[in-house]
Design a protein. Sequence first.
Length: 127
Amino acid sequence: MLVADGYSVLEAADGAEALEVWQARRDSIGLVMSDVHMPSMTGLELYERLRQLDPATPVILATSDPEAVSTLRTSSDPRLRLLAKPYNRDELIGLAADLMTGGRFSRANRERLETPALGENPTTTPT
């Protein structure tokens, strides 16, 4: 999904390999996406290691596990987003863009959606 939208993607077989890839290429990586449940190092463990090494790295964790969803939703880290499975292309691209722009993507979309179309009177309510 990300490649089709112009993103370069590096793959890893598990969390430990993902951390190795990140350490080797960290200057060219703008976002880390991981499944919560992976062999050798879970996505949550990967996230915690990344926070120790570079707190600014944006991370998306994907899961269909309700327990992980409730745990991760309590995080106050603005550089972490949870993506509940199944997800669609728009959800993934929106989260990636939002994290990589420091939230400017979401604000711009909200402003666009909240701005009345040309010729509309924002103070008029339908009857």
